[in-house]
Design a protein around this ligand. Structure first.
Ligand code: PBG
Ligand code: ZN
Length: 328
């Protein structure tokens, strides 16, 4: 092996064209999935205070924004619904007249060239804000899984192109796969939130989705932040149950997990750059403490470099605009 002075690693960095030539990781619009929040009403664009640039949108506004997202060349959105009424059993989650179901129908009839993915969970729809059906303070697994399957089917009946269960109940991917297949939706893929940690980084999202639990936390179903081998078991289980794409969440603080999942399974792997990751970069940028655009790109390149094939990110629109700008 060559040694200095024959070996000089700086030779491949000495001008921008050489750097372009040897770059190992590229961020593309095709990697992006844009999360959106839909609320009841008309002509509503309600800013999420802790997430600058992100809004809760009524269906009409959502549809408009989806046209913009598609025109920017972003291939997919993931929808979160804030229902009119919340109850113990999260009834609006699986109602054909639910907010997400209405939103899907509107987008599908008005927007071309956009994949509509839906988040499948109960926490936005339950009065107590938990991800499932409760018995006292316990979240019941199998009763919840039954309703999640109903929710997924109702999203697909409304026109969703893909479903993304985010609840972390045991057996939900299998139940959703079976329920979809029973209805003839054999071609609809499942992107499972396979390794989802019980993270403090979800704070701003809970404002956006109005889904803060009324008591307790999500530690009885989401993963312990300290565990990595367990993430492998979670992902393996979801693959066995029929997941087509597996997700790691959050992304930036869990690059080691993304890497291990990608290397071990070689599956299409998604990473969710969550609300707290977004808000921290925005806040520091707005204060002039960091260069927001530069750190945005760095954070996303790091997630891809770790092994992610696609990234759910609130920066999706900003990234698409940035890529248009630098390619000109
Ligand atoms: C719902 C869900 C959450 C997120 C995605 N789906 C919140 C949670 O588990 O509390 C978090 C997304 C984000 O923080 O951007 N289960
Ligand atoms: Zn949930």
């Amino acid at each position: 092996m060559a040694q200095y002075p024959n070996k000089r690693l700086r030779r491949l960095r000495y001008n921008p064209l050489i750097r372009d030539l040897v770059r190992e990781t590229e961020l593309s619009k095709n990697d992006l999935i844009y999360p959106m929040f839909v609320i009841p009403g008309n002509k509503i664009r309600k800013p999420v205070k802790s997430m600058p640039g992100i809004f809760q949108l009524s269906v009409d506004e959502l549809t408009k924004e989806c046209k913009e997202v598609a025109a920017l060349g972003i291939p997919a959105v993931i929808l979160f619904g804030i229902p009119e009424h919340k109850d113990e059993k999260g009834s609006e989650a699986y109602s054909p007249e639910g907010i997400v179901q209405k939103a899907i129908r509107a987008i599908k009839s008005e927007v071309k060239n956009l994949l509509v993915i839906t988040d499948v969970c109960m926490c936005e729809y339950t009065s107590h804000g938990h991800c499932g059906i409760l018995d006292g303070e316990e979240i019941l697994n199998d009763e919840t899984v039954f309703l999640l399957a109903k929710e997924a089917v109702s999203h697909v009946e409304a026109g969703a192109d893909m479903v993304a269960p985010s609840d972390m109940m045991d057996g939900r991917v299998l139940a959703i796969r079976k329920a979809l297949d029973d209805k003839g939706f054999t071609k609809i893929p499942i992107m499972s939130y396979a390794a989802k940690y019980s993270s403090g980084y979800y704070g701003p999202f809970r404002e956006a989705a109005e889904s803060t639990p009324a008591f307790g936390d999500r530690r009885s179903h989401q993963m312990d932040i300290a565990n990595a081998n367990e993430a492998i078991r979670e992902v393996e289980t979801d693959i066995e149950e029929g997941a087509d794409i597996v997700m790691v969440k959050p992304a930036g603080p869990y690059l080691d997990i993304i890497r291990r999942v990608k290397e071990k399974f070689g599956m299409p792997t998604a990473a969710y750059q969550v609300s707290g990751e977004f808000s921290m970069i925005k806040a520091a940028g707005q204060n002039g403490w960091i260069d927001e655009e530069r750190v945005m790109i760095e954070s996303l390149i790091a997630i891809k470099r770790a092994g992610a094939d696609m990234i759910l990110t609130y920066f999706a629109k900003d990234v698409a605009k940035y890529l248009d700008k630098v390619r000109k």
